[in-house]
Ligand binder design. Structure first.
Ligand SMILES: C[S@@+](CC[C@H](N)C(=O)[O-])C[C@H]1O[C@@H](n2cnc3c(N)ncnc32)[C@H](O)[C@@H]1O
Length: 252
């Protein structure tokens, strides 16, 4: 995949382009609660925390969270939001986690794993920092388990370009099981509708998806024009809910 540098692109519009409504955030928090041990507090890491879409909610639900994010500009946006006393943001990456060994009960990586350049090193780091019995929540896409949003096929090479960013599920699982992890669960979470298709088009125009970095300028423009035609024909049509994959691994 073409690497996305979040210090140069997306950071200005990410919060707007990828905003979650209350229902959507609630659906994810319920899925995370079901995948985590029941005791509280839990010490959490939000690895690739971006603008902190999930970090304060994780702190409210489970206990203290460290958001770890390599892009300074994304961290700045996160830090400018209302802070929770149990949230801190640190510079770092999945390959170099700035926290002690065996210090976390869980890590969330929400659409961050496919950005990791050195995945074997990141898997070793996650193994170092998560305690035995702890969990890794990987909300990733996988080349063989992909939610395929309604708008994807309207871009030339849309599906192909998007799939090329992701590993197949078995490859991710093999990397972690080789380090002593086990699959605790794998399934999909229903991500409630983003509103109307017109709302989705407005967000797509902000290009806060790494998918756009995989397309040429002409392909992106052609896709947006195709979607504009579809939206114009029925502006109030609702965007369908999506079934999005969540892999939970347990460190043994
Ligand atoms: C699609 S955004 C997701 C942000 C956040 N998790 C969310 O759901 O809003 C991907 C994030 O991963 C970060 N990232 C890129 N490379 C990374 C790495 N090696 N380790 C951790 N995070 C990384 C990016 O800087 C970016 O903020």
């Amino acid at each position: 995949m073409r690497r996305v540098d979040y210090d140069r692109e997306q950071y200005q519009n990410y919060r707007r382009g990828r905003a979650l409504n209350e229902q959507q955030l609630g659906a994810w928090m319920s899925a995370f609660a079901a995948a985590l041990p029941e005791r509280r507090p839990l010490v959490g890491l939000d690895v690739g925390s971006g603008t902190g879409r999930f970090t304060p909610a994780l702190a409210r639900a489970f206990g203290p969270v460290t958001g770890i994010e390599p892009a300074e500009r994304m961290r700045e946006v996160a830090q400018a939001q209302a802070q929770h006393p149990d949230v801190r943001y640190l510079a770092g990456s999945a390959e170099e986690l700035p926290v002690p060994s065996d210090s976390a009960d869980y890590a969330l990586m929400f659409l961050a794993w496919h950005h990791v350049q050195d995945k074997p090193r990141a898997a070793r780091e996650l193994t170092r920092v998560i305690r035995p019995g702890g969990r890794l929540l990987l909300r990733g896409n996988f080349s063989d388990h992909h939610p395929e949003p309604w708008w994807l096929d309207h871009f030339p090479r849309g599906l192909e370009a998007d799939l090329a960013q992701f590993q197949p599920l078995h490859e991710v699982i093999a990397m972690f099981t080789a380090l002593g992890w086990r699959v605790a669960s794998f399934g999909t979470v229903t991500h409630p509708s983003d509103g109307t298709r017109a709302d989705v088009l407005e967000r797509l125009r902000l290009r806060t998806l790494s998918f756009f970095a995989q397309l040429s300028h002409d392909e992106a423009e052609a896709g947006l024009r195709n979607i504009e035609r579809i939206v114009a024909a029925d502006p109030g049509a609702p965007a369908p809910a999506l079934a999005e994959p969540l892999l939970t691994l347990e460190r043994r």
